[in-house]
Each structure stands twice: as structure tokens, then as C-alpha cells.
Design a protein around this ligand. Structure first.
Ligand code: ADP
Length: 604
């Protein structure tokens, strides 16, 4: 591909870039960490307090207990009030921190997508890009705020509990540690197995979604071919595969949950059997044995959380890698340092020895390209204010020629200039402001007609918008609508006909008022009546602007100032309609073919 994933020269490592997102949230991160530590400390302290209380009952008698009970009660209330506050902070502010990081990452990703040239979008599906913005960022930010707090709370609780138990009975705590280690290994393996099942699950649901989207988007084709049964069968197949995957998921989850239950069971078994034996031997007091039992629950929950965090860590890491890959990709069309504003005084365009290929051209042994470029040493000069029509066989390179002018792609060699300024030396913004494009496939945004017409000049007044609509022959139609310019056009303009959408797109360009115009097969998808209205407004739009037209129907361009035939990426002939007809070359052949085709159709 022409488009290369070239990394920027990264200023720091991927980990450093990840930490960069914590920086603006540092105050929250520090407060969150402190609260997490307090939470862990309080959880650890509870069994110790209970132990000293019950221990005191045996050693100091009831009166002494009664004396200290009040202080303990007050201490507990304070502890639990603090615990409540910390729990609130970790839960609420931790999520706020994650959400802020996610929002910043989403912005960075969107900004980066906006920078890429067409080549990037040619080689990346919108589904993939959406999934990076939605799913990956969710995974990253879940990890970004949960992992540090889990590591702190659970790590402190597990290590703290073990240290406390070790000071009470090294033998019993050693046995517990061995059992726990074995079960943790089993749980981690099961967790990894679940991860594979979850990823299969995601693949299967995305198959269901794309099947659904494909069938619903193409519902008109489905119905016109009476293919509902086939579509239902395809959907059922995808749905059944998803169900199988869900069943596997629940089996894996069930096994994992059972193993987790087994951990606390085995730990209680060890404490009761081994602890009971130690008590019988006089090596452990009954109070200490009860303390061990209390610590089991403090042990198990954080261990399960730590095991789960391995999956969360992997998801967050994979998500960040995918996001970072996008952010570290240098857009292949960029403004040069010191790029100037394009100044269009006359609007003369010059393609000089231009070569371009969508694929990298491999060089053969003779040093020549193995693959013929799509644009092959093209030379074409267009006079200021001239309307030039590009004609030629499909795939000959007409649209590509037009895409190179606003730098949707960059030429690989040669140059394109506007009034003597190389398009690569000026800012993309000023270049694209100077060029208006009307294409066959019109894209309208899901807003009002006013929003769509003023898209290129949001500050335009109502009078200017109405004037643009008038010039593009759509004003009457808009005014006949109950909500006029405030009519919502629906997704991709679904509530309008092809001709209406096209005229709104033309009004949009009228309002932008560019010096140069590209009309890429703008009327080829329209019926005759719409074509006439659109054609008329296009002619008005093209007046006094340098215009390049690509049209299939030669009847629509025979009044162009000049016609150039583009074949295999080169201009093979050029002249007025009459000159080219007289020359009897490719254009004359095309014209005759179309003309005779129409005549034959009329006589049928
Ligand atoms: P025309 O407008 O004359 O029909 P195009 O400029 O659209 O021709 O296409 C010229 C050649 O480039 C064709 O072989 C076409 O398949 C190829 N092509 C066009 N667009 C792309 C693209 N985005 N990626 C790869 N190849 C493309």
C-alpha cells in the first residue's frame, strides 16, 4: 500500500505515554491511592481488634472487658465512618478519574483520525476504527483506574493478612500459603481459558452484528430478490454460533466460580483440621484459631480480585497498544513546516509529469516499475476559469487525477500547482478552502437542511443560505416543506431524493464559493428530470471558476471549453468537442458509441 504505518519519532516509551494520561489527574490518583491504603488497613485491623477483645475475655475477665468496650465501640464507629468515606471516594472519584482519561484518549484518537489522508481510510474499516474508539478505550480506562486501586487494596490485604497470621502461627499460615498458591495457579489458568472464551464470544457477537447490519442496510435488495429465507438462514447460523460460544462461556465461568468456592472451603478445612490439631497440642490458642478463620474471608476475596485483574490488565494493555498504534502513525499527507496559505488569483492548474499509484510500485530488475502507476507521467494544464471535462474508460484514472489536486493523496513524483504554487507547499486548509467538490455519492449529515448547506461556512446568514439554495434550484422545494430550512434530512439525507440531495450539496459549494471546482460524475446517478435541474445549477456554479468535470454521459459535457481523454493514467488527446470529433480518436469513438446507443434505444 502507498499508505505506510510510519511511526512518529516517539518522545517516550509506550508506558511513558500511558502514564502521561495520569498526569492531569495526579491529584485524584494520589487521593485515590491514599484512600485505598486506608481501606486496606481498616479491613486488616478488624480481626485484630476482635482477637484482642476475645483474648482479653479469657485473660482479664469480664470487668476489664467492660471498661475497654466503650473505647473499642467508638474506635469501630470512627473506623467504619472513615471506611465509608474512603470507599465512596475510591468508587466515585476513581471512576471519575478513569472517565476523564477515557475522554482525553477519545479526543486524541478522534483528532488523529481527522488528520489521516484518504489512504488510511482505504485500508482501515470503519468497524475497526469504531471498535478502537469505543471498546478499546473502555477496556483501557477500566484498567487505568481499577488496576492501581485493586493492586493496592488487595495486595496490602493479602500480604498484611499473611504477615499477621505468620506472627500468630508460622506452621498454620505456611500450610494456608501452600494451599492458596496451588489454587491461585489453577484459577489463573482457568482465567486465561475464560479469556479465550470471552474473545471468541466477542468475535461471534460481532459476526451477528455485521450480519444484522448487512441484512438491514441492504433490506431493499434482500426484498427485491425475495431472499428473506437465505438472509434468515445466514442470520440463524451466526446466531447459533454465538449461542454455542455463550454456552462455552458459562461452562468456563461455572468452573472458575466453583474453584473459587473450593479455595475458601479448603482453607477452612486446613484451619479447622490442622488448627484443631495445633490447639490440641497446645501450640495454638482457640482465639488464634478463630482469628485464622476470620482472615480466610479477608484472604479469598482479594485473591480472586487479583486473579481477575490479570485479565483486566491484558485487556487494557491490548487496548492501549491498539490506540497507541493509531496515535503513533504519522499521517502520510501533512503540512510542510512553514507551509504558506494558498493564494488563488487566477485559478490556473498545472499537472506536471505526475505519477501516482495506490500500491507501492515495486521496481523490476531494469529499474522500472513492475506495476503500471494509476497516474503515469500525466501532464495537464488548465487555464484560469476554464471548464475542462475528463472523459475516458472506467478505471482510466479520472477520479484519481481529481483526488490529487486537494491532496487527498500525494503525488509520488512530478508536481501539481495552482497559480504556480505547489499544492504540497501550501496548508491543506487553505488548499481545500479553495476547492469545491460535488460528487455522485452525496453525503449529507444528519441535521437540518440549513446545517447541511452552511457546512462549509457555519457563520453564513439566512439570506446567504437562501441565495445559495436559489442558485442551486432547490429553494422552491425547501420552502414548500412545512419546516423549510429546519427540516431534518435524516441519516445520510435518507428523507430526500437523489436529485434533492445533489442540489443541497451544490448549494453547500455555492456558499463556500471556491475558486476551483471539481464535479465528479455529479449527475450520473440521476434521472433525466433531476439531471436537468442539477445540470443547470452546476453550470451556474461553474461560471467564472476553473472547473474539472468527470462525466459518463458525454452529452452533459460537450459544451465544456475543452475535453481531455484520460486513458491508463495519461491524457491521450485534448481539444474542443468539435475538434475531438473531427480527429476521430478515442473521444469520437466514445461519443459515437453513446450517441448510437441512445438512438438504438429510442428506435426500440
Ligand atoms: P476512473 O475515475 O477513470 O474510473 P479511477 O481514478 O477511479 O478511474 O481509478 C483508477 C484505478 O485506480 C482503477 O484501477 C481503480 O481500481 C484504482 N483505484 C481507485 N481508487 C482506489 C483506491 N482507493 N485504492 C486502490 N485502488 C484504487
Amino acid at each position: 500500500m502507498l499508505y505506510r504505518e510510519e511511526p512518529f519519532v516517539a518522545k517516550n516509551s509506550m508506558f511513558g505515554r500511558f502514564l502521561g494520561y495520569y498526569k492531569p489527574q495526579m491529584h485524584l490518583f494520589v487521593a485515590d491511592t491514599i484512600c485505598a491504603l486506608i481501606l486496606a488497613g481498616i479491613d486488616l485491623a478488624f480481626p485484630i481488634i476482635l482477637r484482642s477483645l476475645t483474648g482479653g475475655l479469657f485473660t482479664q475477665g469480664q470487668a476489664a472487658i467492660m471498661q475497654s468496650l466503650g473505647a473499642i465501640a467508638i474506635g469501630l464507629v470512627v473506623m467504619y465512618a472513615v471506611r465509608c468515606g474512603c470507599r465512596y471516594f475510591v468508587s466515585a472519584q476513581g471512576h471519575v478519574m478513569g472517565a476523564r482519561m477515557e475522554s482525553k484518549m477519545r479526543e486524541d484518537l478522534f483528532d488523529q483520525y481527522e488528520r489521516f489522508s484518504f489512504a488510511y481510510f482505504d485500508s482501515h474499516s470503519s468497524g475497526d476504527m469504531m471498535s478502537r474508539v469505543v471498546n478499546d478505550l473502555f477496556d483501557i480506562c477500566e484498567g487505568a483506574h481499577h488496576l492501581p486501586e485493586w493492586l493496592i487494596i488487595c495486595g496490602v490485604e493479602v500480604i498484611g493478612a499473611f504477615v499477621i497470621l505468620f506472627t500468630i502461627s508460622p506452621a498454620l499460615s505456611g500450610a494456608m500459603a501452600v494451599v492458596t498458591a496451588v489454587l491461585v495457579v489453577v484459577m489463573v489458568r482457568q482465567n486465561l481459558n475464560m479469556k479465550a472464551v470471552f474473545s471468541d464470544n466477542r468475535k461471534k457477537i460481532s459476526e451477528v452484528n455485521s450480519q444484522l447490519q448487512d441484512s438491514l442496510s441492504g433490506i431493499r435488495v434482500v426484498k427485491s430478490f425475495a431472499n428473506e429465507r437465505t438472509e434468515r438462514a445466514k442470520f440463524r447460523h451466526a446466531n447459533d454460533r454465538y449461542l454455542d460460544s455463550k454456552v462455552n462461556q458459562y461452562h468456563a465461568m461455572g468452573t472458575y466460580t466453583a474453584t473459587y468456592g473450593l479455595m475458601s472451603g479448603v482453607l477452612y478445612f486446613v484451619v479447622i483440621v490442622l488448627g484443631g490439631w495445633l490447639v490440641a497440642q497446645g501450640e495454638l490458642s482457640p482465639v488464634d484459631m478463630a482469628t485464622f478463620a476470620l482472615y480466610i474471608s479477608l484472604f479469598c476475596t482479594p485473591i480472586e480480585t487479583l486473579v481477575n485483574s490479570t485479565e483486566m490488565f491484558q485487556k487494557a494493555l491490548a487496548g492501549f497498544k491498539r490506540m497507541d498504534e493509531v496515535l503513533q502513525t504519522a499521517p502520510d499527507v501533512q503540512d510542510k513546516p512553514g507551509a504558506t496559505e494558498l493564494r488563488v488569483e487566477e485559478g490556473a492548474i498545472e499537472y506536471r509529469d505526475v505519477c501516482f499509484s495506490y500500491d507501492d510500485c515495486e521496481l523490476g530488475d531494469d529499474g522500472q516499475n513492475r506495476v503500471r502507476p494509476v497516474i503515469d507521467h500525466m501532464n495537464l494544464s488548465i487555464r484560469p476559469g476554464e471548464t475542462i471535462a475528463l472523459v475516458g474508460p472506467s478505471g482510466g484514472g479520472k477520479s484519481t487525477t481529481c483526488s490529487l489536486l486537494p491532496r487527498f493523496y500525494d503525488v509520488q513524483s512530478g508536481s501539481i500547482t495552482i497559480d504556480g504554487q505547489d499544492v504540497r507547499d501550501v496548508t491543506q486548509e487553505s488548499l481545500r478552502r479553495a476547492i469545491g467538490i460535488v460528487q455522485q455519492d452525496v453525503y449529507l449529515f444528519d441535521g437540518t437542511i440549513r446545517d447541511n448547506i452552511s457546512y462549509g461556512r457555519p457563520s453564513a446568514s439566512d439570506e446567504d443560505i437562501a441565495a445559495a439554495a436559489q442558485q442551486s434550484n432547490i429553494l422552491e422545494f425547501i420552502e414548500s416543506l412545512p419546516e423549510g430550512f429546519d427540516t431534518v434530512v435524516g441519516e445520510r439525507g435518507s428523507r430526500l431524493s437523489g436529485g434533492q440531495k445533489q442540489r443541497i450539496a451544490i448549494a453547500r459549494v455555492f456558499l463556500k464559493n471556491p475558486a476551483i471546482l471539481i464535479l465528479d460524475e455529479a449527475t450520473s446517478a440521476l434521472d433525466n428530470e433531476s439531471e436537468e435541474a442539477v445540470q443547470e445549477s452546476l453550470e451556474r456554479l461553474a461560471a467564472n471558476r476553473t472547473t474539472i468535470i468527470i462525466a459518463h454521459r458525454l452529452s452533459t459535457i460537450k459544451d465544456a471549453d475543452e475535453i481531455a481523454t484520460v486513458e491508463r493514467g495519461q491524457v491521450v488527446e485534448r481539444g474542443t468537442h468539435e475538434e475531438l470529433l473531427a480527429r476521430g480518436g478515442t473521444y469520437a469513438r466514445y461519443y459515437r458509441m453513446q450517441f448510437e446507443g441512445v438512438r438504438a434505444a429510442r428506435t426500440e
